[in-house]
Design a protein around this ligand. Sequence first.
Ligand code: ADP
Ligand code: TZD
Ligand code: MG
Length: 575
Amino acid sequence: MTSDAQSTELTDGFHLVIDALKLNGLNTIYGLPGIPITDLTRKAQAAGMRMISFRHEQNAGNAAAIAGFITQKPGVCLTVSAPGFLNGLTALANATTNCFPMILISGSSEREIVDLQQGDYEEMDQLAIAKPLCKAAFRVLNAEDIGIGVARAIRSAVSGRPGGVYLDLPAKLFAQTMDAEAGRNSLIKVVDAAPRQIPAGDAVERALALLRSAKRPLILLGKGAAYAQADEAVRALVERTGIPYLPMSMAKGLLPDTHEQSAAAARSYVLPEADVVVLVGARLNWLLSQGKGKTWGGKDHKTWGGQKFIQIDISPTEADSNVRIDAPLVGDIGSCVSAMLAGIGADWVKPPADWLAAIAERKNKNLAKMAETLSRDPVPMNFHSALNVVRDIVKANPDAMLVNEGANALDFTRSIVDMYKPRKRLDVGTWGIMGIGMGFAVAAAVESGQNVIAIEGDSAFGFSGMEVETICRYDLPVCVVVMNNNGVYKGTDVNPTGGPDVAPTVFVKGARYDKIMEAFGGVGVNATTPVELRKAMEEAISSRRPTLINAVIDETAGTESGRITSLNPQSANKK
Ligand code: ADP
Ligand code: TZD
Ligand code: MG
C-alpha cells in the first residue's frame, strides 16, 4: 500500500451491513449472537439500531416475520451458522407460507472448507438448504456487494407476494475492508420496493359485472387485506356495496367485529348459500376447505358448491389453485379495491333484502346463544368464562395487540374475542404452527409500543416460553395468559396400559406457569376464577409490566385438535 492509500478512511463488512440496513429504514434486528456475528450485534447497537436478543433463534425469526406483517418492511432476523441458521429457518419458512416479508441473515462458515466438506466449525451449505423454503436466497462474498445483496433481499421480500428471504454472509466477509467512500457509494437505498400493481381495466369490469349479477354475494377478507394497509378502501368496498363479509382470522378487526355487515356468526350459513364470493387477500386453502365440499354446499367433501369467485390477489398464479376463479383481479389490494370502488358508482344496488335478513336471523340467534354461554360462571373456570374476561379487556383496550396460539385456546379466542382495529390479531396462520407466541409478542410490543395480550394454550406456550426472560429484559408491556388445561387439547387422557408414563397429551397437573415470569422479575398471577383473571389483566394493562397469568382451566374442557378434529386420520383398528 502507498502511504496515500493508508491515510484513506476504511470501512468493513460489519459496518457496510449495518449501514445498508439503516439506509433502508431497517432499524431493528431480532437475533441471537455467536460466531461469526457477535460483533455485528454489538456494532449494530452502537450504531443506534435496536438489537433485540432472544434465547432461541426460532423466536427471533418469528418476531422478525410478524414485524414484517405489521410494518410492511421486512423484519430482520440474525443468527449464527448451521444450528442457529436451522433454528431460524422454521420461522423463515413460516413467514414465506404466510406471505410475511422477512430477511433471515445468517453468518456462515468458510466457503472453501464447507464446499469441500472438510469439517469446519458449524459447517453447512446454508444457501442450498434455505432455497426451497423461502422466496429468494442470496450470498454475498465481497464487501463491495453488500449493498446489492441487501437491496435484492429487500425487494424480494416485499415486492409482489411478500415472503421470506435468506441472506448468507460468510464469516470472512465481515472483516473485509474497503475504502469508506467507495463503500458508501456501493450502498443502495431501494426506491419503490413494493411497487403498486394496478389491475387491468377489463379485469375490473369482469369482476364488477359478476358482482352485479349476484343474488347472495359475500366478501371474504384475508390476512393479505390486513397486510395491504388499504383499510379505508376495504371498508368502503364493504359499506358501499352493502355486501356481508367474513374475516379470516388475522383479518379480524379490519372492520370492527361488531360491524352490522359481519357474517362471522353465520359462517356455516353464508358459505354454502353465497352465489358470488369476493376473495380479498385470502387463499382458498384448507382454512376455506379448498373452496369446495360440504362447507360450500357441495354434495360430498370434493364437490364444488357452485359458487362463482372474484379473487383479488397480488399473485397472478393464485387463481384456479383449487376451484375455478371466474374473475381474477391481479394487483395490490389498495389498487384493486380502489378500481372496483371507482367502477361501482353511486347507483349500486345493495344485495337483496331476503339474503341480508336470512343472515341477520342466523347471526342474531347464534350471538344470543353465545351471550348465554358466556354469562355462565362454571367451577372450575372453562375457556368460555375465561375468554369472556379477555373479550371485555380487549373491548376496553382496542389498541392492544392480541397474540394467540393453541388448539382450543386458539379457536375459542378467535370466535369469542372481538377485534376492533386492523392488524391487531396475530396468530398461528396458514400452517397452524405452535411456537409463534413469545416471538410475536416481543415484536408486537417493540413495533407498536402498545400493550400486548398473548392468549396461549399451555402446550403452545411451552414452545417459546423461555422468552419470558426476553420480555422481562426489555421490560415489554406483555401480558401472557396461559390457558392451563393440563395438556395438549385437554388433560384427561390416560395411559391405557396402566404403566407409570402419563398419556402423550398430558402434562404435569396443576403446573404454575406464573412462577416462570416471577423468576425473571415480572409479575406472576395464578387465576382460578374470572374475577381473579380480570383483576390481573387490568393490572397488567395499566402497569404495562411483564405479566404471566396462569389461568386454571377445566382439564376436561377441550376437544381433540379444537375445531379441526376431522383432520386427524382414523385408525381402522379401534385399539
Ligand atoms: P388468510 O389465511 O387470511 O385466508 P392467506 O394467507 O391465505 O390469507 O392469503 C393471503 C393472500 O394475500 C395471498 O394469496 C397473498 O398473495 C395476498 N396478498 C398479500 N399481500 C397482498 C397485497 N398487498 N395485495 C394483494 N394481495 C396480497
Ligand atoms: N408442533 C407444531 C410446531 N405445530 C403444531 N401445530 C403442532 C405441533 C400440533 N399441535 C397443534 O396443532 S395444537 C397443539 C399442538 C401440539 C397444542 C394444543 O394444546 P394447547 O391448547 O395446550 O396449546 P389447548 O387449549 O389445550 O387445546
Ligand atoms: Mg392445553
